[in-house]
Design a protein around this ligand. Sequence first.
Ligand code: TMP
Length: 208
Amino acid sequence: MSRGRFITFEGGEGTGKSTQVALLVDRLGARGRDVIRTREPGGSPGGEAIRSLVVSGSADRWSARTELLLMFAARSDHLERTIRPALEAGQWVVCDRFADSSRAYQGLAGGAETAFVEALDAHVVGTNQPDLTLIFDLPAEVGLERALARAQGDTRFESKGLAFHQNLRRAFQTIARAHPERCRLIDATGSIDDVQARVWAAVEPVLE
Ligand code: TMP
């Protein structure tokens, strides 16, 4: 049995990523792929337990380094319990956020050292790098406004302020340039259909 494909969606708050994850999962299913949808932080019982620690509370509840360790602890469990078994069983895995969110939020925008982030990635993710990463790009003001309008309860990351979110957008653009072999920057402006067409244009080559 051939190994499945691993596709990750990344970007700032309110970029429309989760809507597009759902649409892509449906479309891949319609094309006959056995596909699972998952998310980070979370995606396994242990990962979800860690998620509740990181998405709630005050903005400064955790330092960037501690937050990074929590994110990678959640990721380690998620890879062990959900992602690797699915890929080995030939399933496609579509994941809403993955290690590039740690590179951007805790690393480039949060201030955790790049060498520390990359060392964790090498140990925890290793050879399980995504086959394709779609990075949703949108002006920070637009995304933050959307995210705050729909927020219910947990807004720890949304509350970090506009300057943080502007840095975050630049961080994701930098990551896309640094990993051209797997990353595609997706213009997240326009209608849901417009963005879906851009997503599909990026995914179709991986179907072969
Ligand atoms: P979500 O709102 O997209 O579900 O993600 C929850 C928050 O977690 C989001 O604000 C981004 C943040 N996050 C990180 O800071 N680092 C990470 O590694 C991941 C996966 C998410």
